[in-house]
Design a protein around this ligand. Structure first.
Ligand SMILES: *Cc1c(COP(=O)(O)O)cnc(C)c1O
Length: 393
């Protein structure tokens, strides 16, 4: 099997699993208990929080554990909206956010908030001038993702952060794809809130965190006990928190070498496919993209058919959109970068991981070439196209 869907989820690192296991068996104490067994859990949580804070140049007390990226995004948006509604009810985001942001924004619209969805250019980049123009006296929050999960675009986060700071507006970023792949410094980048998730960086599923800058007055997301400084109640997912901490430790220690290797394989894959498969295009920027992200569109074929045939060859990939949910709508991200529906339907996302090899790339490239040709040979669209181009010649 060749696994090229690391943007959807990753394999939990062996050392992460090893680190977690004792917290299911020997060290199962509740971190709120007074006896020694409980303090072992408490200590482990503290250690994980410190590791994560250090990775972001944040303070440990600014890290709040959650059940993942979606929860962190929901918390950041809903709680800011609630806490700052007397200042205003306007939020700025982008058209290419993850659904955890977009669907939360739709919910807030129904609650009487007004949302500006910024356009992106053909590479998927937000225009900071357009952002500035969208700011109003009643704007309470800017939420722009650090890097896009479908096409790999890295947004100008530091510039956006500076603007938010200049105008005194809170800035949240969904860094689920970026954290562990790109160095992040919340101070330098003026980030007030940041979402991340364990299972996107070789950690466990169902654990994540929200960084909340000290002084940001947002309320609790889950009411109950005093866990997470009373802002996110519920007995801590200790094994998950331990696993997340270990995953972050590994991600930071290996980042430079891993992302260098991944981006070389990424570029090799991009170059060969664009050269060897006619009527193909790369989505997202050529250079400033996530080190592990490749997104193509192939004309005259359906991305879904391509995925199924890749799966038959043992290659796990994605169309990069929510198509898997049975919806026939093409990806909102591909439409936002200006692709027509018929092209957006032929999308393929390949996201590399730490274990991806050159051999994997070669096998995948050959498979894509063969399958795309096969699908085109069956496609009436391609038939029409060939006839038309024969006539014009
Ligand atoms: C995966 C993902 C999420 C959701 O994270 P979960 O931990 O799966 O809830 C949010 N935003 C982006 C950009 C993602 O890629």
């Amino acid at each position: 099997m060749i696994y090229l869907d690391n943007a959807a989820t990753t394999k939990t690192h062996e050392d992460v699993v090893k680190e977690m296991l004792p917290y299911f068996t020997e060290n199962y104490g509740n971190a709120s208990s007074v006896y020694d067994l409980g303090s072992k859990s408490k200590l482990a949580i503290t250690k994980s929080r410190e590791t994560i804070a250090a990775a972001l140049n944040a303070k440990p007390e600014e890290i709040y554990f959650t059940a993942g990226g979606s929860e962190s995004d929901n918390w950041a948006l809903k709680a800011t909206a609630e806490a700052y509604k007397n200042k205003g009810k306007h939020i700025i985001t982008s058209k290419i956010e993850h659904h955890a942001i977009l669907h939360t924004c739709e919910y807030l619209e129904r609650e009487g908030y007004e949302i500006t969805y910024l356009d992106v250019d053909e590479r998927g980049l937000v225009d900071v001038e357009e952002l500035k123009q969208a700011i109003r006296p009643d704007t309470i929050l800017i939420s722009v993702m650090f890097a896009n999960n479908e096409i790999g675009t890295i947004e100008p986060i530091e510039e956006i952060g500076s603007i938010a700071k200049e105008y005194g507006i809170l800035f949240h970023t969904d860094a689920v794809q970026a954290f562990g792949q790109i160095p992040i410094n919340v101070e330098k980048m003026h980030i007030d809130m940041l979402s991340a998730s364990g299972h996107k960086l070789n950690g466990p599923k169902g654990i994540g965190f929200l960084y909340i800058r000290k002084g940001v007055k947002i309320g609790s997301f889950i009411h109950g006990g005093a866990q997470e400084r009373k802002r996110r109640a519920g007995t801590e997912n200790v094994p998950g928190i331990v696993g997340l901490g270990k995953a972050v430790e590994i991600a930071v220690a290996t980042m430079e070498e891993r992302t260098k290797k991944e981006s070389e394989l990424r570029d090799y894959l991009i170059e060969r496919v664009l050269k060897e498969v006619p009527y193909s295009r790369l989505n997202g920027p050529r250079k400033d993209r996530l080190p592990n992200n490749v997104s193509f569109c192939f004309q005259f074929i359906e991305g879904e058919s391509l995925l199924i045939m890749l799966d038959m060859k043992g290659i796990c990939a994605s169309s990069g959109s929510a198509c898997t949910s049975g919806s026939l709508d093409p990806s909102h991200v591909l439409l936002a970068i200006g692709l027509p529906h018929e092209i957006a339907h032929g999308s393929l996302r390949l996201t590399l991981g730490a274990d991806t090899t050159k051999e994997d790339m070669d096998t995948t490239i050959e498979a894509i070439k063969e399958i795309v040709q096969k699908l085109r040979d069956m496609s009436p669209l391609y038939e029409d196209f060939k006839k038309k181009s024969a006539v014009s010649e």
